[in-house]
Design a protein around this ligand. Structure first.
Ligand code: FAD
Ligand code: SF4
Length: 518
């Protein structure tokens, strides 16, 4: 054995930089399920089972290719950290070289970087080229720019990859962005196709049986587990999405409904984030479906923008901002996370649905994460650190590099606008327009200060009013501030009092319930 190839839990791709040139005769694969990873937040039980099962299947796949895999599972060979696992591996296989693909987050990078000194080995940290853009491309993009907006980085990547581009260099459909077509509300009688789910095999089943007992601090329910845990099944999920769900992905991208927790979303984020699917093959599959005439341009472009645009941009931003990103709070949010985030027991139907679905499935789609849960956290001034820990725990796809910019930057605007050009703050009227939640809610989205008024309405104005010094000059908020200044004094006072009453009650653990039904 000449070298150790150390594979992390989100590096489950055979084409990984540190595996590509590996030789079964000379290289040893090392993988580990250390304590430190299982416990840094109260991970959702499905997330734990998903990652561990996918890792175990991947190790098996490598063994079938002839590799020796030294695997430290949490049950039989427990370790406290990746460093701990490497130490044990080196004890039995004293090699001089360790090869690893760069970790996806600061926390693990700083651990890995110490290995050369700690173990007196040559450490080869290779670039993670599963992304479209190397980190140097984002650094170049960011240089001399005052504002780092996704749209421009995305256009640059469309050009360099040629995805959805015409030979003459123009974007397909003569437009970069079809967002204006992608804001439909679901018609009442619309029937939604279900996403593909997978029956747990013996490896997954064994983990599902142990997860409650073995991970006592974990959150969420494990019973509905239906995730793919192998590349082969993830590819099947991709094909199923492209055929059955992508055609209407665009139209209903922002829609929310009590009838489905997934609408037309792909549910592919977990697979892409751990490496079972590569972003390039996912985007190309969507492009082929468009070019074959099977999906409209607003769907193909809308979907590709999420991966080629948002996902790449968010990763670039995370590394660009440095390890201190995520500290502090632009609006000084200090309110602790209400208990209902952990059980969904809240009368506001939109929040109740989005949180309960999250805890049941380790999944909520983007608009639920952003415009219901994130919007509530923003308007009510919750502590960004506690909110961030919750998001990092409860979603199947949650890894810090992607969770943090989305939560801290996009949903909470806690970075003061490094990521978003304005806070994604909205009243109950937005949620009513994009969902059918309100008709089954005890609150009324069209009321502002009555006892059954939707809490989002007063909270929205309270948020704008209390942050006027920070937001009052933002041109994108000129309209709501103008409306606020035109409102008569009594209405303003009533709204502020309504919001303050709500927040005080929430602090005591009791959100005021409406005194009469709508
Ligand atoms: P689809 O709607 O089908 O989108 C397709 C793909 O695009 C996704 O699979 C994902 O890979 C990518 N994508 C879409 N939006 C984003 C985005 N904003 N940033 C990065 N990639 C994106 N995504 C994560 O992968 N991990 C997280 O921890 C995470 N935390 C989030 C927290 C908040 C507060 C918000 C607002 C968003 C977060 N997102 C996160 C982004 C997005 O909500 C999820 O990627 C998406 O909901 C996953 O479901 P899907 O696969 O069905 O996505
Ligand atoms: Fe949510 Fe308000 Fe609608 Fe109730 S009325 S579902 S709280 S937006």
């Amino acid at each position: 054995i000449k070298s150790i190839r150390f594979i992390l839990g989100d590096q489950l791709s055979v084409s990984l930089a540190s595996l590509r040139d590996a030789d079964p005769d000379h290289d040893l694969i090392v993988m580990a399920e250390p304590n430190s990873e299982a416990n840094y937040v109260a991970h959702h039980r499905q997330k734990i089972v998903f990652i561990l099962s996918a890792m175990r299947h991947f190790a098996q796949e490598l063994r079938e290719k002839g590799f020796a895999v030294c695997y430290f599972d949490y049950e039989n060979q427990p370790t406290n950290s990746f460093t701990d696992a490497l130490k044990l591996a080196l004890k039995h296989h004293p090699v001089k070289q360790v090869i690893v693909t760069e970790p996806s987050e600061w926390r693990i990078l700083s651990e890995v970087e110490k290995w050369a000194d700690t173990f007196d080995i040559t450490l080869d940290v290779r670039e993670d080229d599963r992304f479209f853009a190397p980190l140097s491309a984002f650094a170049e993009f960011a240089e001399n720019r005052k504002e780092l907006r996704m749209e421009y980085f995305y256009r640059q990547l469309r050009r360099t990859t040629g995805i959805l581009m015409e030979p003459d260099g123009k974007p397909v459909g003569d437009q970069w962005n079809f967002d204006h077509d992608n804001r439909e509300r679901l018609p009442d009688d619309h029937r939604l196709p279900s996403p593909l789910t997978f029956k747990p095999d013996t490896i997954t089943q064994a983990l599902l049986e142990r997860v409650v007992e073995d991970f006592p601090n974990a959150s969420g329910k494990h019973e509905s587990f239906g995730w793919a845990v192998t590349r082969q099944d993830a590819l099947e999920a991709l094909d199923h999405f492209i055929e059955h769900r992508l055609p209407l992905f665009g139209d209903y991208q922002d829609a929310m409904t009590v009838k489905s927790s997934t609408v037309y979303h792909s549910l592919l984020s977990g697979y892409i984030n751990v490496g079972l699917l590569l972003p390039d093959e996912v985007c190309r599959a969507a492009e082929v479906a468009y070019r074959n005439g099977n999906v409209p341009i607003n769907a193909a472009e809308g979907f590709i923008r999420q991966i080629l645009g948002w996902r790449e941009y968010v990763r670039g931003l995370y590394w660009h901002m440095g390890p201190e990103y995520g500290k502090g709070s632009y609006f000084d949010g200090r309110r602790p996370l209400p208990a209902f985030f952990w059980d969904g027991d809240v009368a506001m139907n939109c929040l109740h649905r989005a949180i309960t679905e999250t805890l049941d499935n380790a999944y909520a789609h983007h608009i639920q994460r952003l415009m219901v849960i994130g919007n509530f956290a923003l308007l009510s001034g919750l502590d960004p650190k506690e909110v961030g820990e919750w998001y990092l725990a409860v979603y199947i796809d949650a890894f810090e590099w992607v969770e943090l910019p989305n939560t801290f930057g996009m949903a909470l605007y806690a970075d003061g606008g490094k990521m978003a050009s304005k806070p994604y703050a909205a009243s109950g009227k937005y949620i009513n327009r994009m969902s059918d939640y309100c008709s089954a809610c005890q609150y009324n989205p069209n009321k502002n200060t009555e006892s059954d008024a939707c809490p989002f309405n007063a909270l929205y104005w309270h948020f704008l009013d209390r942050n006027v010094d920070k937001l009052g000059r933002n041109p994108r908020l000129a309209m709501p501030y103008r409306n606020w200044s035109r409102m008569n004094g009594n209405s303003k006072t009533a709204l502020i009092e309504q919001a303050e009453h709500f927040l005080t009650q929430m602090d005591t653990g009791k959100i005021p319930k409406p005194s009469h039904q709508p």
